[in-house]
Ligand binder design. Structure first.
Ligand code: SF4
Ligand code: SF4
Length: 76
């Protein structure tokens, strides 16, 4: 099982990760962080779709994403 975790504190809601995820696992959360940005989150249940490809992590300019590929951490 693979998944990614977005740190709401660092996300600026730029949507780069949402646009590149080939499995559409990421979406705006609808909540706002302390800096006033609507941040992205990993969709509930998307673990069955996420491949752990880490493209989301690679495109994030704010290093807000950690990917767990088959439970191994792919950190920035
Ligand atoms: S690791 Fe790949 S499949 Fe999983 S959320 Fe990131 S871009 Fe999408
Ligand atoms: S690429 Fe990074 S900063 Fe932009 S929406 Fe995704 S997690 Fe947030």
């Amino acid at each position: 099982m693979s998944y990614s975790v977005v740190n709401p504190k660092y996300c600026k809601g730029c949507l780069r990760c949402v646009g590149v995820c080939p499995k559409k696992c990421l979406a705006l959360s609808g909540s706002t962080n302390s800096a006033g940005y609507d941040y992205v989150e990993f969709k509930k249940g998307a673990e069955s779709d996420c491949t752990g490809c880490a493209v989301c992590r690679l495109v994030c300019p704010d290093v807000a994403i950690t990917v767990y590929k088959n439970e191994t951490v792919e950190s920035a």
